[in-house]
Design a protein around this ligand. Structure first.
Ligand code: KG4
Ligand code: ZN
Length: 374
């Protein structure tokens, strides 16, 4: 029987066919790319279970994620998380159509824990295996809040490691239209939080403080990228200058008013308002220029209350639709990975059991994760 899948080597090609059915596919996915050990079961766009064992408390004492510690924690948490996801969904392995895992980008040691677990489950239970690009998962998180959402649309992807404007044409079909030239938005939140002594991860804490501060207290520079011949890049951003401006501001305040406490809420509000302004302006301009009527937001910074309010307002003023993921699926989780895997599975994509983990992989190369089809 021709499977349509190309055998690349002598290792087993995992290709059990799915029985014909009208029901959306049910995928169990694992996510271990950074500091959350997550397992979820999703049918179509419906989350049947989502388990997230966070390591944040462990890494907080170091002020950031320690890769080796993250890998060890994943090893000890993964088995229980898989069992919990099946129990919470009240399912047996018979109901699962495919097993997926994040395989790039991320901390390779951490990724390998999820990849090994998912491949083992796929082999033992004779299910197809799919590797998923982590950022594609963040894009698909919005599908969990809107069952009508379909490409094409513009995605404003704002995570801890990436900030981009992506033209989404379909599963695995992406064009990057804009990006940050230096720090990602989440990284800027984390770095500014650290210099204000707010701990890790900084985004949620800055968000909380900003709600009580004055966003106009301190004018801060919005990083712009010059283009040869004059003017500024309409979609690319820079956040490292903004971070340095916050550092200079705190130094100045400490030097001039050593007896007074730093006005952290006002600094947080001013910083957040500047990031939000930069992101909103670029996303709206990009959607209009490319005639895309929907903006989808993904990544941890999609949880930011300032960004949610600012983008909703600007989108409404410009007759654009904006879709945010449910709050709990903004930061890393496996439901978004399962949702992306459902789209690839239904498209016929399958990964080889030889697939490894990669620390870097552009979202435009996502389709490399799947076996070529004739
Ligand atoms: O997407 P994510 O969970 O992990 C990556 O794939 O990077 O994003 C984590 C990032 C961190 O930088 C964190 O500070 C930021 O998302 N973040 C926030 C908020 N919640 C999480 N940033 C701003 N406001 C928030 N409410
Ligand atoms: Zn992420």
């Amino acid at each position: 029987m021709s499977t349509g899948l190309e055998r690349k080597n002598n290792l087993p090609v995992n290709l059990p066919a799915r029985p014909a059915t009208d029901l959306a596919a049910t995928v169990l996915a694992v996510e271990t790319s950074c500091d959350e050990t997550a397992v979820a079961i999703v049918q179509g766009r419906q989350v049947l279970s989502s388990v997230v064992a966070s390591q944040i408390e462990i890494h907080r004492q170091y002020g950031g994620v320690v890769p080796e510690v993250a890998s060890r924690e994943h090893v000890s948490a993964i088995g229980r998380a898989i069992a919990q996801s099946l129990t919470a969904a009240n399912l047996t392995w018979d109901s699962i159509d495919a097993i997926a895992t994040t395989c790039a980008p991320g901390l390779v040691g951490a990724l390998m824990v999820g990849i090994t677990a998912a491949k083992t489950l796929a082999m033992v239970h004779n299910k197809p295996f799919l590797g998923v690009h982590h950022l594609e998962g963040h894009i698909y998180a919005a599908y969990l809040s809107d069952d009508q959402l379909q490409p094409p649309f513009l995605c404003l992807l704002v995570s801890g490691g990436h900030t981009s404007l992506i033209h989404v044409r379909g599963p695995g079909e992406y064009d990057i239209l804009g990006k940050t030239r230096d720090d990602a938005a989440g990284e800027a939140f984390d770095k500014v939080a650290r210099l204000l002594d707010l701990g890790y991860p900084g985004g949620p804490e800055i968000d909380r403080l900003a709600q009580t501060g004055n966003p106009k207290a301190f004018p801060l520079p919005e990083g712009k990228i010059s283009i040869p011949g004059g003017g500024f890049h309409p979609y690319d951003a820079s956040f490292s200058g903004l971070k340095t401006a916050v550092l200079r501001l705190t130094e100045k305040l400490k030097a001039h008013q050593p007896e007074r406490e730093l006005p952290v809420a006002d600094i947080a509000a001013s910083f957040q308002a500047t990031v939000v302004r930069a992101l909103v302006k670029r996303a709206i301009a990009c959607a209009q220029d490319y005639a895309l009527d929907t903006i989808v937001v993904g990544g941890g910074v999609a949880a930011n209350t300032g960004l949610r309010a600012g983008l909703q307002q600007a989108a409404a003023q410009n007759n654009l639709r904006v879709i945010f993921p449910p709050m709990k699926y903004c930061t890393d989780n496996a439901a978004m990975i399962a949702c992306a895997a459902v789209a690839h599975f239904e498209k016929g994509d399958r990964s080889a059991l030889t697939l490894g983990g990669q620390s870097k992989l552009s979202i435009t190369d996502t389709q490399q994760l799947y076996l070529a089809r004739s």
